[in-house]
Design a protein around this ligand. Structure first.
Ligand code: UDP
Length: 242
């Protein structure tokens, strides 16, 4: 497999074409952004840690039957993934109220939802990723009604698996964001989990102390981000080779 030209560069990752038409290389950068990229810093080795954590979680979900884009890790910063056309909708699943939803609806912090709640956001930086509803998603045509229902179901199933996974290391999964994509060049057009799952897009709190090990450390300047992410690596006993 040979790495070819850049297909897309985002805030935290770069996607490269490869000589295999339906496979890409996903490169994890050290860039950290928050507040719609108004706060930006390079945090040494964040990309490496997220590469390993995302590998661990995608492998775990794959074993649970959640079809996803991960094929294999290539080196400390890169993984081979299936090429998909990303659906520009961010699926946020919330078990407890925190972050933007608190301000939006004046909810009390850490309110536990009676059942996991899904919010959908349009993935568009220029518009600051606005909330979007089912009707508009269907109207704009990225997915049809049954595909949207399927994706929401998948998001809830993923939540169940992740809540269990993190519980084993005494972590409460407060919320997380995932993205899905349609497979390309394989005549199947399947909708599968894509992007990454790492402390960059989850809220992860110690169940006993409520200390957090996620990107809020960077968003709110509350300590050393790498120490926080490393705690997740250690609790999962992930071996990072440097
Ligand atoms: N999230 C993300 N990317 C985004 C927005 C949110 O990964 O562009 C994640 C975030 O890390 C959190 C969850 O989605 O785990 C819910 O985020 P929220 O809507 O509360 O927004 P925030 O408070 O981060 O602005």
């Amino acid at each position: 497999m040979t790495k070819l030209s850049i297909l897309y560069e985002g805030k935290a990752k770069i996607l490269y074409e490869t000589n295999v038409s339906n496979e890409l290389i996903q490169f994890f950068k050290d860039d950290a952004t928050a507040h719609n990229a108004q706060k930006l810093e390079i945090i040494n080795s964040k990309g490496i840690i997220n590469n390993y954590i995302s590998e661990y979680i995608m492998n775990f979900l794959g074993k649970k039957g959640v079809d996803n884009h991960f094929i294999k890790r290539v080196n400390s910063r890169e993984q081979l993934i299936r090429k998909v056309k990303i659906i520009p909708i961010e699926f946020v699943v919330r078990n407890f109220a925190f972050g933007s939803i608190i301000k939006r609806y004046n909810l009390s912090k850490e309110y536990k939802f009676k059942k996991p709640l899904i919010e959908l956001f349009l993935k568009k930086d220029e518009l600051n990723d606005p909330l979007i509803n089912d009707d508009l998603i269907i109207e704009l045509g990225w997915v049809n009604i049954s595909e949207l229902e399927d994706l929401k179901n998948k998001a809830l199933i993923i939540n169940e698996h992740l809540v269990n996974l993190f519980s084993k290391i005494n972590i409460e999964l407060i919320d997380f964001k995932i993205e899905f994509g349609k497979t390309v060049n394989d005549n199947k057009n399947k909708l599968i989990l894509a992007d990454e799952i790492s402390p960059d897009n989850c809220r992860l709190w110690d169940k006993s102390t409520k200390k957090n090990f996620d990107k809020d450390i960077f968003r709110n300047n509350t300590g050393d981000l790498i120490k926080g992410y490393q705690e997740i690596v250690n609790r999962f006993e992930i071996k990072i080779e440097s």
